[in-house]
Design a protein around this ligand. Structure first.
Ligand code: OSB
Ligand code: MG
Length: 373
């Protein structure tokens, strides 16, 4: 990738967008999406990105506050000092700082967007992606009332979503899935436990093997490679690891332990798009399937997920839904919508392909900080 010179200015924002419907997981309920955003400017060009971190560490140890702290204290000063910046050298620039992939991904992605806009190309071309449209999927939170969940599935089926994922937790599993399967025997169905089970639940998890689920996502905790492998040995349904995968080394662990057959790629958790593509290649070499996860992103983060899925290997529908499933108002000017066959078109404009709506940023902003070279 060509050199883009130096970065003149970094603007950090935190916005808070109400969700259309509260999103409940085994960890708790989210009513609004607070998101850390970054805008970089270099020589009159700019690039934006969104950090994957949530306000609280329920999914992952990084939070908006820690991502902001690491960015402001370490990553952005290194970036502003650097000359001859190339988007594919950002990971090397940050090699001395351990962990904090979501904060690092935010910076790499903004540099990638800036670079793509500067040379006048859509992001997918720079990444080597070929698809013009990608498949959609929806992730439905836990609903106290199963009939309400069935209604939501009905709507998703009508919208032609290609895959439906439902969140499960202890005591909200076999009964719910069996109700769903009796109404929808043929849908592409996935469950996600967000690590809420432990060894004593193996019997319950084995019962889930009877429902033709495409996969069971993250039944056990982040570090439980061995427990996942013991369960995978006993069931035919593929296990998918999400929280457990923090980079290439965890793929190597998953392969050696035989912990799973599928991996959920979230570019934020993995330190950005370039690392995610490397990891997808390693998965392919080892016979693991991948798909692209979601983090309830605003239009900025969702756009990066769209471009990632244009790449060969991301064929299984992931967690990318249309904007109206999440927000009444978004911070980019164009919403993501499903075509009537459930596909999502990839924008062909420069960079990540959408324009940031500065008025909406101002409306939803709860924090702002500017750092200059
Ligand atoms: O585990 O995949 C997950 C949302 C937030 C945090 C973790 C997860 C999720 C989702 C929804 O399942 C994904 C989305 O629609 O963006
Ligand atoms: Mg998950």
């Amino acid at each position: 990738m060509d050199n883009i010179g130096q970065i003149d200015k970094a603007e950090l924002y935190i916005v808070k967008l109400p969700l259309v419907t509260p999103f409940m997981t085994s960890y708790g309920v989210i009513k609004s999406r607070e998101s850390l955003l970054l805008k970089l400017t270099s020589n009159g060009h700019s690039g934006w990105s969104e950090c994957a971190s949530f306000r609280d560490p329920w999914y992952h140890y990084e939070t908006i506050d820690t991502s902001l702290h690491i960015a402001v204290k370490y990553l952005i000063p290194l970036l502003l000092k650097a000359i001859d910046i190339k988007a594919d050298m950002i990971t090397d620039l940050f090699a001395g700082i351990k962990g904090h992939n979501m904060s690092k991904a935010m910076i790499e992605n903004a540099v990638l967007d800036l670079y793509a806009r500067k040379i006048g190309k859509p992001l997918y071309e720079i990444l080597g992606g070929k698809k013009k449209r990608i498949r959609s999927g929806i992730s439905l939170g836990i609903s106290e009332d199963v009939n309400n969940l069935i209604d939501q599935i009905n709507n998703a089926v009508r919208k032609k979503y290609h895959r439906i994922k439902v969140k499960i937790k202890k005591g909200y599993d076999v009964n719910v899935i069996s109700a769903i399967r009796s109404d929808f025997p043929y849908i592409n169905l996935v469950v996600d436990a967000n690590g809420s089970y432990n060894k004593s639940d193996t019997g319950t998890l084995r019962m889930l093997d009877n429902f033709d689920l495409k996969m069971i996502e993250q039944p056990f905790g982040t570090d439980d490679f061995l427990m996942h492998s013991q369960l995978q040995e006993q069931i035919n349904t593929p296990i998918c690891l999400d929280e457990s995968i923090s980079g290439l080394h965890s793929v190597v662990s998953a392969v050696n332990f035989k912990s799973c057959k599928v991996i959920c790629v979230k570019q934020g958790r993995l330190g950005g798009l370039i690392r995610s593509i490397e990891l997808k290649d390693l998965c392919a070499e080892n016979g693991l399937k991948v798909w692209c996860g979601g983090m309830l992103e605003t239009g900025i983060g969702r756009a990066f997920n769209l471009h990632l899925q244009t790449i060969d290997g991301f064929e299984f529908p992931g967690d990318t839904s249309e904007t109206s499933r999440y927000f009444m108002e978004d911070i980019v000017t164009e919403p993501v919508v499903l075509d009537n066959d459930g596909y999502i078109n990839i924008p062909d404009n420069d960079g990540f392909g959408f324009e940031v709506d500065q008025e909406k940023i101002d409306k939803f902003m709860v924090f702002r900080k500017i750092m200059m070279r």
